[in-house]
Design a protein around this ligand. Structure first.
Ligand code: SAM
Length: 338
C-alpha cells in the first residue's frame, strides 16, 4: 500500500510520542485514540435517546430511589454520564461509588457527579481491581474501598481485560476472573445485577494483531495469550461464570444473559487505526511503570496495513478508515435461592 505524506507524518509523530512513555502512559495514549474512534463511529453517541444496549442492560427504571451504583474501572465517567443524566431527568436519586486507578480520570469522574443534581458520591477508590481480591468486607472498609451498603448495580465496562497479563507468573486467568467477579458479586444486593461490557477480541482485528505481536516478540507467551482469550470466552461469553459463582455463593442464584452489538471505530489515518488496535497488547499492563516498547505500536501499524482487510478494515465514502468491534454486554443477576 502506497502511503500518503499525511500517513507518514502522523505515524512519525505518534511513534515519537510513545518514545519516552511507560507502559501505563502508553496505555492511556492508545485509549484516547480508540475512544475518539469509537465516538466518531457510534451513531448513538451522545446517546440522545438512550436507546442503547448499556441502558437496557442496566434495567434501572423500576428501581426505587436512591439507586446505588458501583463502577469498577470507571475511567472519567463519560460512558455513564448520559445514563446518570437520564436518571436525573427522571427524578431518581443516585449514590455512586467508583474504583479507578488513574487519578486524573477519577478526579474527572468526581467532578461529573458533582454536576448532576440528583447524584451523590459514596466512595471513590484510586486503586486496582485486584486490590479487592481475597479481602473481607471489613478489610475493604478499612481501605475505604467498600461502598456503604449493598449495591443495586455494579459495572465493569471494558475493564476486565486488565486483570491478567500474559507475563504474570504464575499465570492463572481463570482464577483472576473468578476472584474479580466474586468481589463484584459480593457487594451486590440480592435482586441486584452486574453489567460487564467486553469487546470480543478473539474474533477481531485487535485480537489478531495482538496475538501476532506476541508470537513475533514474545513467542514463549503465545500459549498464555491464547488461554486468556479462551477464559474470556468460556466464563463470560459462554456464561460459565454462573456455575463458578453459584458454587461459592450458595444462598444466591446467579443467572447470566448475553447480548452482542457491533460498533465501527472510525479514524482518519491507518497510523491511528494501528495505534488503537494495539490496545490488545496492554492487557494487565495499565499500572506497569516499566519503559514502553514502542515496537508494539509500530508492529500494529504495519499489521493493519498488511492484514487489516482480512479482519474487516475498510475505507468509507468520506475517506475515513473503519473497523468493526464486537461488544458483548453480559448481565449477571443475583437472586435469593428458592
Ligand atoms: C477502557 S477504559 C473504560 C473506562 C470506563 N469504564 C468506560 O467505559 O468509559 C478501562 C479503564 O480501566 C481502568 N483500569 C486499568 N487497569 C485496571 C485495574 N487493574 N483495575 C481497575 N481498573 C483498571 C483504566 O484506568 C481505565 O479507566
Amino acid at each position: 500500500m502506497k502511503e500518503s505524506p499525511k500517513e507518514q507524518d502522523v505515524q512519525h509523530r505518534l511513534l515519537q510520542e510513545f518514545r519516552s512513555d511507560t507502559f501505563s502512559q502508553a496505555y492511556y495514549r492508545v485509549y484516547c485514540i480508540l475512544s475518539r474512534g469509537m465516538k466518531e463511529g457510534d451513531i448513538s453517541f451522545p446517546l440522545q435517546e438512550l436507546d442503547t444496549k448499556l441502558w437496557s442492560a442496566l434495567n434501572l427504571l423500576g428501581l426505587p430511589s436512591p439507586v446505588r451504583i458501583m463502577d469498577f474501572g470507571g475511567g472519567t465517567g463519560e460512558t455513564m454520564e448520559p445514563i446518570y443524566r437520564k436518571l436525573d431527568a427522571l427524578n431518581k436519586q443516585m449514590i455512586i461509588s467508583v474504583e479507578e486507578p488513574h487519578k486524573g480520570s477519577l478526579t474527572e469522574y468526581m467532578k461529573l457527579i458533582e454536576n448532576i443534581g440528583k447524584a451523590s458520591i459514596d466512595i471513590t477508590y484510586s486503586g486496582l481491581f485486584q486490590d479487592y481480591y481475597g479481602h473481607s468486607v471489613q478489610d475493604l472498609r478499612v481501605m475505604k474501598a467498600y461502598p456503604q451498603q449493598l449495591q443495586d448495580r455494579v459495572l465493569a465496562v471494558h475493564v476486565l481485560y486488565h486483570l491478567t497479563s500474559i507475563f504474570d507468573d504464575p499465570f492463572d486467568p481463570y482464577e483472576n476472573m473468578k476472584q474479580a467477579i466474586s468481589a463484584i458479586y459480593a457487594i451486590l444486593k440480592p435482586g441486584g445485577q452486574m453489567v460487564i461490557a467486553l469487546h470480543n477480541h478473539a474474533v477481531s482485528l485487535v485480537g489478531a494483531a495482538s496475538l501476532k505481536c506476541t508470537e513475533v516478540f514474545f513467542p514463549p507467551k503465545l500459549a498464555n495469550h491464547k488461554l486468556l482469550f479462551e477464559v474470556w470466552q468460556d466464563l463470560l461469553l459462554n456464561g460459565g461464570i454462573a456455575d463458578v459463582i453459584n458454587a461459592s455463593f450458595t444462598t444466591f442464584k446467579a443467572t447470566v444473559q448475553q447480548d452482542e452489538v457491533v460498533i465501527h471505530v472510525v479514524l482518519p489515518t491507518l497510523a491511528e487505526v494501528g495505534t488503537a488496535v494495539s490496545i490488545g497488547c496492554f492487557n494487565g499492563r495499565c499500572a506497569d511503570q516499566s519503559p514502553f516498547d514502542e515496537r508494539v505500536v509500530q508492529f500494529c501499524m504495519d499489521y493493519v496495513k498488511t492484514d487489516g482487510y482480512k479482519h474487516g478494515l475498510y475505507l468509507d465514502s468520506e475517506g475515513m478508515w473503519c473497523y468493526p468491534l464486537k461488544t458483548n454486554y453480559i448481565t449477571i443477576k443475583k437472586s435469593a435461592n428458592e
